[in-house]
Design a protein around this ligand. Structure first.
Ligand code: SF4
Length: 337
């Protein structure tokens, strides 16, 4: 990135920085460290079906930091389909994801009148994604390496452009390292942060159960849009064939979601003569698959296993009934995703 382009783009004398505000304690502290030296901080957070924005919103409110929400769905889908640096222990392409977020932040930085990007990363706090090599790699791949300040560990890292230009006082930045939380908790007290957010969370791609469903979707149907990803959070999932998956509601909320989001190319299955779940199936399912899906729905109804259950099958074009016996649990366990 052209260095002069940054200084030329900043018309006023205030130093303003753009923080990747995850909402975790580290990013909150990084805001406080920069503000202590008079730097105005704004936050940016990335939205997708995988991320929870609540911690960032809470941090924005706690600190009084304006928060810019950037849609990241297309970015993360692209990275999930072809992660250049692979996945972590689940379906988390952290290196690529982090580099892309830094790039997006760098692209927004100038239009928001900010002079540099900052993050709450702490050197070696996470062995894989926050070691020195990883920090350098994501910075390099973002295209904005020299404009990324990490206030909590800056003393252990090479001086960045904002530090060299005197926009940020390097000696007022910190040299935190490692996994211990004690220094952060002490700092939180010093800065008067009473509400301490939990350590982990916020990204479903690091959850094993969610990742298993996502992997199944990628392998059998592809990651082509956000709706099928949104539905991974609801119901029980059964892979009946390569492009045929049944979703069965576990509770009223699941049933309402399945009912409310069914598309023209899908079948809705509902018990007629007993309380039972809603099922969602693509209309490409063949006759045998539809009957088997009905038997699975019957298995989760209130009807005893030896009694026939009537299931109403509906599509926008037609509706019919299937009388089925509930399937035995051992017959469906291998299909569960
Ligand atoms: S934990 Fe999730 S949001 Fe964070 S870098 Fe990894 S994939 Fe991206």
């Amino acid at each position: 990135m052209n260095s002069e382009a940054v200084s030329d783009s900043v018309g006023d004398r205030r130093i303003r920085a753009l923080m990747l505000l995850s909402g975790g304690l580290d990013s909150r502290l990084a805001v406080c460290v920069l503000r202590k030296q008079g730097i105005e901080v704004q936050g940016i957070v990335f939205d997708s079906p995988f991320f929870d924005l609540a911690p960032a919103r809470a941090a924005s409110e706690q600190l009084g930091v304006p928060l810019h929400v950037q849609d990241f769905s297309a970015d993360i889908l692209e990275l999930l389909n072809a992660p250049r640096h692979g996945f972590g222990s689940c379906m988390n392409p952290c290196i690529d994801c982090h580099a892309r977020m830094l790039r997006r932040a760098g692209e927004r930085m100038r239009e928001l009148g900010c002079r540099f990007i900052c993050t709450g990363e702490v050197l070696d706090e996470r062995p894989m994604s926050q070691n020195r090599a990883s920090l350098d790699l994501v910075a390099r791949e973002s295209g904005f390496a020299e404009w990324i300040v990490r206030p909590l560990s800056a003393g252990l890292l090479p001086a960045t452009e904002p530090e060299q230009r005197g926009w940020v006082a390097r000696d007022a930045l910190l040299s935190l390292r490692g996994r211990g939380r004690k220094p952060q908790l002490r700092l939180a007290e010093q800065f008067g942060l009473r509400e301490i957010p939990p350590v982990a969370g916020g990204c479903r791609l690091t959850e094993p159960n969610f990742s298993r469903r996502l992997r199944d979707l990628k392998d059998h149907e592809g990651l082509n849009g956000v709706r099928s990803i949104f539905l991974l959070r609801y119901g029980r999932h059964f892979r009946l064939a390569d492009k045929v998956k049944l979703i069965v509601g576990r509770n009223e909320q699941d049933n309402a979601v399945l009912d409310g989001t069914a598309e023209l190319y899908e079948l809705l299955l509902q018990t007629e003569d007993a309380r039972g779940p809603t099922g969602l199936l693509p209309n490409t399912a063949n006759e045998a698959q539809v009957r088997f899906a009905c038997a699975i729905c019957a298995r989760y109804s209130d009807v005893p296993p030896d009694r026939t259950v009537m299931i109403r099958v509906r599509s926008p074009r037609r509706s019919w009934r299937e009388a089925v016996l509930p399937v035995a649990p051992e017959d469906i366990e291998p299909l569960r995703v």
